[in-house]
Design a protein around this ligand. Sequence first.
Ligand code: NDP
Ligand code: OXD
Length: 312
Amino acid sequence: MAQGALMFLSLVDRDDMWTAHFRRLKPSLEVRVFPKVEPVEDVSYALVWKPPAGELLRYPHLRCVFSLGAGVDHLLSDPAFPKHVPLVRVVDPSLTRGMSEYVVLQVLMHHRRQPEFLQFQRLKKWQLLMSPDAGDVRVGIMGLGVLGSDAAEKLRPFGYQLAGWSHTRKSIAGVESFAGMDELKPFLQRTDILVCLLPLTPETRGILNRETFAQLPAGAVVINAARGGHLVEHDLIAALDSGHLKGATLDVFQTEPLPESSPLWAHPKVIVTPHLASFTDPRFVSENVVANIERIERGEAPHDTVDLSRGY
Ligand code: NDP
Ligand code: OXD
């Protein structure tokens, strides 16, 4: 089959940057920027972030959908997503590195009590606070996939007691593995700093909730760099206000951008970042997209496809 056009659809990504990289890498590839995509029959590939519901059904000759992110919940939450078309997500060292930097930064921030020092600085208060030895701090990562396993590797040199929770059991040096719902409770009970790097699926939606927080030891910290849909925000605020949780870092929210009215903005125990724990760099990821298009053109299967039966 002749090579068709690539549709680019995103309200948050720079189409000019992406098209420039595609022009450099594969001048023969026609790139159409949504909504100027007609005739839709010519479109073989779609590179998308949060397309309107049902949009992808309009393209009868789609051969592959590329998510502009590692997460695909923005696509699979649409019941009209064309499930017969392969779905490729971002798996790229630059995105993985960025996430691990974020996780290491936030774990250290909380372990070394930086939020408290920032408050003292505003008050011009010279106040010593001791931090526990890293060897006494238990970090637990929910999701030990591409991102969670790399974050664990990058945290290891600091000497934390590391564990991870995943669907299937893992064997990662220095990381205690907990698997499945039956082992969620013991995983939480041994976790002082909880890092969420799960995909958002029907099973994981709302998993950071009142019951989950109650299983964590008093004084625990929650870091959510996965999706806002994992967190029940008012349960988090209640657990922080009761003093059970000591702090939280949130990069993702139920509503993004986080509304000005959200109590999370000004909560003294919450660090807010604007969904930028990591990001898809067009310089590198355009190469992955082109390599996959060329695989498909040769009749081969693309890499980094999503298992639609699992939803991630
Ligand atoms: P992967 O698919 O590689 O890993 C997912 C992990 O979650 C796997 O270990 C999987 O277990 C585990 N998991 C999935 N469902 C369950 C479940 N029901 N119970 C227990 N464990 C489960 O994903 P990535 O690591 O690449 O990415 C994770 C998420 O991070 C993305 O889906 C995205 O939402 C988010 N993200 C956020 C970014 C940001 O800037 N804030 C940037 C990039 C990604 P198993 O291995 O056994 O299958
Ligand atoms: C992603 C994201 O899924 O940036 O890659 O959230």
